[in-house]
Write a protein that binds this ligand. Structure first.
Ligand code: NAP
Length: 438
């Protein structure tokens, strides 16, 4: 790590650096899970963090500074985060000889809640994506991506202020499972032969094969999470995004099973679109509307009828498309956070990668990572701290403080509102300062 980053790290008092082998945290307690999705967060909580590769450490420490300011402002001395470094990625390879050492997996399993800055996936050489591996180890089945417009951000929309979405993307099934074979593999030949012989389906001999499984179990556990979020956070609508008109037994089933969860488990809190007639076409006060839209139509409606969308529930591939489209509406990758949630753990991460060409340049936007921690706090139940982070980021933009990636997208007119173009650390420090003043 560069001297510059060592210095930043040494200025953050509540970091517990890696101490050579697994050691219990010096201070603080781990979160305790008492059942699936049920946990208790101690007041002095140990949260893990993976520094990441490339620009990862720059955004990780920037975000930690902001998170610390928010916790201190919200709770004084009553609550504190102890950040516990976990070695994964190229730093782990250098020190421990493996990109995902077993001892790090052990620590992650104790910590359960952690920040992961972006990790590089080396091209070639048979490297598996560590991001995917981490999600699988912890069965983090929901990828949650909020997409919110902050006044001042560049946007291609006429009314970007209408963008306030939270996308729940299923994270373990669908094409993400990667069950596919090249056209000329023995496996593809076997599958084609099976289909021909057993089901009378004739495929061309040069057809590659992919399998897209979507299960009731997988659908309903993420539907439950999205609906619970919508109810608890008083959101307006949950829209099930699917391509069920074509793929009836995967995407169509996703739609059916999600509605079933809404009807069976959230009856008192939701109204389904088909029931609206009973209420004169209006959603009764205090209820969340549950509707569904076909994916292609929805992707264009997000541009033309932006304000109609709120919480979006999607299978893996649709969720991938819609979250990147949505991020593009409010400033792009630099401001797009994510939280991966499972029944026994949560991983906060920015959506972007390691942006290697900017490593050490103090250029990249830390907002995505800052907002990833905001989301983690929200799901931990530390809402006051989460709200302060949103207010701080919002205020920084409103007062004209931006990083270069955002300014680059602005029109000459929009640039007039820019007071200062800040580097990664300076932007985070400005947000932290604004939080303290709130
Ligand atoms: P990337 O790292 O996301 O960067 C692509 C481009 O997006 C950058 O060159 C930059 O655009 C912009 N960008 C990304 N993050 C930014 C930020 N915080 N602030 C400002 N601009 C930002 O994608 P990539 O180049 O395809 O991937 C690089 C490495 O990251 C690969 O090894 C990949 O496997 C890995 N990756 C990891 C994750 C993860 O850990 N979750 C996700 C994606 C990729 P400009 O060049 O236009 O300035």
């Amino acid at each position: 790590m560069s001297d510059y980053l060592e210095k930043i790290k040494s200025q953050i008092s509540n970091i517990q650096p890696y101490r050579g082998k697994y050691a219990d945290p010096i201070e603080g307690d781990f979160v305790v899970y008492t059942g699936p999705g049920q946990f208790k967060v101690p007041d002095k909580v140990v949260l893990g963090y993976i520094e990441g590769d490339g620009t990862g450490p720059e955004v990780a420490y920037a975000a930690i500074k902001v998170a610390n300011a928010a916790v201190e402002k919200a709770y004084g001395r009553a609550r504190k985060v102890l950040w516990y470094e976990i070695l994964v990625g190229s730093k782990a390879e250098k020190i421990l000889g493996s990109r995902l050492p077993e001892q790090s997996v052990d620590v992650l399993k104790r910590v359960r809640l952690f920040l992961k800055a972006p990790l590089e996936t080396p091209v070639g050489g048979g490297f598996r994506s560590l991001n995917v591996t981490l999600r699988q180890i912890f069965d983090l089945y929901a990828n949650i991506r909020p997409v919110k417009y902050f006044p001042g951000l560049p946007s291609p929309l006429k009314h970007p202020e209408k963008v306030d979405l939270v996308i729940f993307r299923e994270n373990t099934e669908d094409v993400y499972m990667g069950i596919e074979w090249p056209w000329n593999s023995p496996e593809a030949a076997k599958v084609r032969e099976f289909l021909r012989r057993e089901l009378n389906i004739n495929l061309r001999d040069d057809a590659g094969i992919g399998i897209k499984p979507i299960s009731k179990f997988g659908t309903q556990r993420i539907a439950r999470l999205a609906l619970k979020f919508a109810v608890e956070n008083k959101r307006r609508v949950v829209t099930i995004m699917h391509k069920g008109n074509i793929q009836k037994y995967t995407e169509g089933a996703f739609r059916e099973w999600a509605y079933e969860t809404a009807r069976n488990e959230f009856r008192d809190h939701v109204v389904l679109e088909e029931e609206l007639q009973q209420y004169g076409g209006q959603v009764p006060p205090g209820k969340v509307l549950v509707n569904d839209r076909i994916a292609d139509n929805m992707l264009q409606q997000l541009l033309t009828r932006t304000g109609e969308y709120d919480v979006i529930l999607a299978p893996n591939l649709n969720g991938d498309y819609v979250s990147d489209e949505a991020a593009g509406l409010v400033g792009g990758l630099g401001v797009a956070p994510g939280l991966d949630v499972g029944d026994f753990g949560m991983m906060a991460e920015p959506v972007h990668g390691t942006a290697p060409k900017y490593t050490g340049k103090n250029y990249v936007n830390p907002t995505a990572t800052i907002l990833a921690l905001e989301l983690l706090f929200r799901f931990m139940g530390w809402r006051e701290a989460a709200d302060l982070i949103i207010k701080g980021v919002s205020k920084a933009y409103a007062e004209g403080y931006f990083t270069g990636d955002l300014v680059r997208q602005m029109t000459e007119e929009e640039k007039k509102a820019v007071k200062e173009v800040l580097g990664t650390q300076e932007f985070a420090e400005k947000v932290a300062e604004l939080i303290k003043e709130l």
